[in-house]
Design a binder for this molecule. Structure first.
Ligand code: ADP
Ligand code: MG
Length: 388
């Protein structure tokens, strides 16, 4: 039997009606573009979060995770309130409770107020920039709708999951993570237009091209992260307004220099330059993947990292070291992935160089006095689905 289902049965004393799974993600390119209505190109990881679930009829929502030190949290399904999310050791439960709240708010044609029992188990490391939060939200959204025989379109589920994180958990994230987890397909990267939610599945079969992808989890998350994110977001929105644009997405690459000359603040100029060049890099990486020239994506990834480090200023010494060492060890390209200030880096390498690059990065961290990173091979995997 599926392990998550077995644990559900031990915990609640009866079998779940099903198990739903949603993956973590890595963003290949297109960082800090999603709150600027721009483009991103994430892919789903093989690591997933599973949610075993069953309906109740008494209005109670019970939540439990194998991955946190907290007991079963019991909530009133009809009384979920974004002003009073679970706190302390139960704070994790804000993600699934927020999803239940967002589904109820959306008025889906099913009686979710009947309640449910949920048990969560995940392979996605938390806080590593690999979007364990979106995996948890999307798996929960699939479970709660699936229990009632509903199968909303994946972009709709992703939008609801994001609403849960924004409005209930209180994290002002864009929609990329949830879209990647909900909509990605195996062997493909997901080219996302975060304004229209249009998605294109771009073939990205590294193995067939003799290539590999390494994810380097630095295992650090610097305290600056949340405040810096909010500040970058605000700067971008102010700059777009100053340029008379709805969003920085509307500034074409060809018009960048002229637009920069109209911005007085040097910090805003750097932030705008990152966003506009990053959108352009997404389109160019997409082109190279479509043409089957995967190695050509490498230098674009590295240019993306330089832009995040110099112009957007969201990197950190651990991420810079991971990227520089991977490049020196022969990677075609490497970059930080996710919001920054820690989390993970991604490297595009020759498949046969996996052990060598892993060793080089690990040794460099030891020499620098950093905690050893967690290095894993990745390949574009499938998006969320019912698995039992
Ligand atoms: P990331 O999404 O990069 O992993 P976040 O800070 O956005 O980092 O989300 C991590 C949080 O999501 C955790 O601190 C926890 O509250 C919640 N979470 C994610 N996965 C699980 C899980 N399997 N069980 C319980 N909580 C989880
Ligand atoms: Mg997250």
């Amino acid at each position: 039997m599926n392990r998550t289902a077995g644990e559900f049965r031990e915990l609640y004393g009866y079998s779940p009606e099903g198990v739903w799974a949603a993956p973590g993600r890595v963003n290949l390119i297109g960082e800090h573009t999603d709150y600027n209505d721009g483009f991103a190109l994430p892919f789903a990881l093989p690591q997933r979060t599973e949610v075993a679930a069953a309906r109740r009829t008494d209005g109670i929502l019970r939540l439990h995770s194998a991955d946190v030190r907290a007991g079963v949290l019991t909530l009133d399904a009809a009384g979920l309130d974004p002003a009073r999310p679970p706190r302390g050791a139960d704070a994790w439960a804000g993600y699934p409770a927020g999803v239940a709240w967002a589904l109820l708010e959306a008025g889906l044609p099913a009686d979710l107020t009947g309640g449910a029992d949920l048990h969560v188990r995940s392979e996605v490391p938390t806080g590593a920039g690999l979007s364990s939060s979106a995996a948890l939200e999307v798996a929960t959204a699939l479970a709660l709708t699936g229990l009632h025989g509903l199968t909303p379109p994946s972009p709709e589920l992703a939008a609801l999951a994001r609403r849960a994180e924004n409005a209930y958990v209180g994290v002002p994230c864009g929609v990329m993570d949830q879209m990647a987890s909900a909509c990605a397909t195996e062997g493909h990267a997901l080219r996302l237009d975060t304004r229209t939610l249009e998605q294109r599945h771009i073939p990205f079969d590294c193995a067939a091209a003799g290539l590999g992808l390494l994810v380097v989890d630095t295992r650090v998350r610097h305290a600056l992260a949340d405040g810096a994110y909010a500040e970058r977001r605000a700067t971008c929105h102010r700059a777009a307004a100053a340029l008379g644009l709805p969003a920085l997405r509307d500034l074409p690459y060809a018009g960048l220099e002229e637009a920069l000359s109209r911005l007085a603040d040097p910090v805003a100029r750097r932030r705008v330059r990152h966003v506009v060049t990053e959108n352009e890099r997404v389109l160019r990486v997409e082109e190279s993947l479509r043409a089957g020239r995967l190695r050509e994506a490498g230098p674009l990834l590295s240019a993306g990292h330089a832009s995040l480090r110099e112009d957007y200023e969201v990197s950190c010494p651990e991420l810079d070291l991971a990227v520089a060492t991977a490049e020196a060890a022969g990677a075609y390209g490497a970059r930080m992935t996710g919001g920054g200030f820690g989390g993970s880096a991604l490297a595009l390498i020759d498949a046969e160089a996996e052990a060598e690059v892993t060793r080089a990065v690990t040794d460099a961290f030891v020499r620098a006095g950093f905690r050893p990173p967690r290095v894993t091979a990745a390949a574009p995997a499938a998006g969320a689905d019912r698995i039992l």
